[in-house]
Ligand binder design. Structure first.
Ligand SMILES: Nc1ncnc2c1ncn2[C@@H]1O[C@H](COP(=O)(O)OP(=O)(O)O)[C@@H](O)[C@H]1O
Ligand SMILES: [Mg+2]
Length: 369
């Protein structure tokens, strides 16, 4: 069990900044997910935590102990690699028990711990099979088994499900979550897939271009994104963005889009320019004849109980999630209303959210004044 603390961590490769200046604490027993697009510095951060990469600056503390310049082998942290390279000539048992045999533990203990892990992962019947002929999911379980058999202080996983197809990924997500519940080891999980992050994380750390933008519970980053990037990266289909006009001053509760006045949560920050960006998720827009903004239906996609309606307005194209009871046809002129408690406004220069502070982490708007 371990707490991992990162203090002003930096990593440059020559002139290139891979990790600019990260500070955060991963709590003991937490399932912490680092989420961001390819190249944003996730793997580099994880490799520094593992001791596989030396930071350019900053500190890493494991349970309060400074391990910044300790070798990986001295950190008691298990790394599950992106490409889970199993030893192809060994059996499942041989692969899982490898770290224990390396430590020179007694044979009996090696056997017991290997079998315990195989039971946990439900691969006991495969123990004496070679890994060559195993299905991808079973190979992944063997890799997980080899990682957890050591009972390390923390587990680091770098896109461990990347090689699996979508259906199997869902199953493995669930598997990992259950496994984490049972052993509650500190886990740091890297992914570029926001759905994976949302479904597994205790907290998500959203990164972009070497910067940590926000750390919070899944519902918090979804409902109170700190920046437009976070708002756009999390949620599918993505949040809608429209250009908005007029000054934003602290305390304002209205914004203009193409002449339509839309109510919004009180702005906490002002903006010294007249152009901002309005953001609204597809489920926070409704089609209603008295809607302030008008547009024409471009396409309707049915998705079981719900439908996704694409609408062209003079301010731009929007996607609206609506129940199937709403009947509209292609080309129809409709009005749109925006949930006044949910409309976000962003500063296009800094990307910051100007008015997101009105929500609780769980998305309930609370009374203000
Ligand atoms: N050893 C290296 N030498 C030079 N550049 C590197 C090295 N490792 C990573 N980078 C660069 O640092 C950036 C972040 O990489 P990485 O941490 O692997 O991103 P992610 O895992 O988020 O996709 C990328 O632009 C990558 O090309
Ligand atoms: Mg990576």
């Amino acid at each position: 069990m371990a707490e991992i603390r990162i203090e002003n961590l930096k990593k440059n490769f020559g002139d290139f900044i891979a990790v600019r200046d990260s500070s955060f604490t991963i709590e003991d027993g937490e399932f912490f997910v680092m989420l961001g697009p390819s190249g944003c510095g996730k793997t580099t951060t994880l490799r520094m935590i593992a001791g596989l990469e030396t930071p350019s600056d900053g500190r890493i503390l494991l349970d309060g102990e400074d391990v910044t310049y300790k070798r990986g082998a001295e950190r008691d942290i298990a790394f599950v690699f992106q490409l889970f390279a199993l030893y192809p000539h060994m059996t499942v048992r041989g692969n899982i028990s490898f770290p224990l045999r390396l430590q020179g533990l007694p044979r009996r203990e090696v056997r017991e711990r290997t079998e315990e892990v195989a039971r946990l992962l439900k691969i006991e019947p495969l123990l004496d099979r070679g890994v060559g002929g195993l299905a991808a999911g079973d190979r992944q379980r063997v890799a997980l088994g080899r990682a957890i058999v050591r009972r390390a202080k923390a587990f680091l996983m770098d896109e461990p499900l990347g090689a699996l197809d979508a259906e199997f990924r869902d199953l493995m997500c669930e598997e990992l979550r259950l496994l984490h519940k049972r052993i509650s080891a500190t886990s740091v999980y890297v992914t570029h897939d926001q759905i994976e992050a949302m479904s597994m994380a205790d907290r998500i750390c959203v990164m972009n271009k070497g910067d940590v933008l926000q750390i919070g519970a899944p519902m918090e980053v979804y409902n109170r994104p700190a920046t437009k990037f976070v708002a756009s990266f999390i949620g599918s289909p993505s949040m809608n963005f429209l250009p908005a006009q007029g000054n934003v001053s602290p305390g304002d509760t209205e914004i203009q889009v193409n002449g339509a006045r839309l109510a919004m949560p009180e702005a906490r920050e002002g903006l010294a320019r007249t152009e901002s960006v309005l953001g609204a998720r597809p489920e926070h827009i409704t089609i209603s004849q008295d809607g302030a903004l008008r547009g024409r239906v471009f396409a309707v996609e049915y998705m079981g109980a719900r439908q996704l309606i694409t609408i062209d307005t003079d301010a731009g194209r929007l996607r609206v999630r609506a129940p199937n009871t709403v009947r509209v046809g292609d080309g129809e002129l409709v009005g749109l209303s925006f949930d006044p408690a949910r409309v976000l406004v962003f500063d296009p220069a800094s990307d910051r959210t100007l008015n997101s502070a009105l929500f609780d982490a769980d998305g309930e708007a609370h009374a203000h004044g």
